[in-house]
Design a protein. Sequence first.
Length: 282
Amino acid sequence: MTPLDTAIAQRLAGLTGRRERVFAVATLVHDATGSLPSVTQTRTYIGSGSNTDIHKDLQVYRDQQTQRHARLLDLPELPESFVQSLESLAKALWEQSATDAKATFDTERQAWAERIQLVEKGRADAETLRSITFAERQEAVAARDQAQTQRDALQISLTDLTDKFNQVSTTLAAVREAAGNDQRLLTIELDAARYAENLMQRQVASLESRVTDLTKRLDDSHVLENVAQQRANHLEAELARAAGRIEELLRQLAGTPLAKETVKRHPATAQAQALKRRLGKR
């Protein structure tokens, strides 16, 4: 059972006459739905009566409601002084509303203008950071390439030195065999050759460590560049939202008589339009 059915049942509980029951059903249905019930619907609610009698009752109810509304509409004209007072009050309310809207618009527009300046500064900082990161990356690439070239050259030198060391070892062995007991000279020369080889190997290891460090620095510069790009993209989105918000405020106040010229002349308006054009070119 719907709430309407419950209300009708409660209302009909204390009524006995057919017409007053029909009127009660018509009133509740009209209040709930905005239209009068049909004859069949009314008979279902009251539970008795012929369709003809119910139809007549509904017609009487409809005529009474029409006459009642006609009396309500047949009112005397308002006094001219009262009409003028209403017009003055409406004008004052409109002007006050326009003034309040203008004040709200100026306050919010100023806030957004300041936010745009902050976003512009952040975007400039991001551009600077990205430029610095790119320069560091280029420097790291050049340093890495230079270290790689030095390492390759040193590797070639080490190979040559190893070949020479092998040749010296062979020669020393031959000299030792020929010199017999003169072992001291051979030992000194052999130690000198081994020292030269160890020195070259340490130089190669140092260069390899430098190449590894420069490679890591290059990878870090890639990460910094990506972070800067993401920050720049975020700031661009903030600029777009700020410009859109100012455009929305301009549309909201476009219809108020006091705000039209003020909005048109306000410097933040030109700033928002210029920002919108600049973002549109990207």
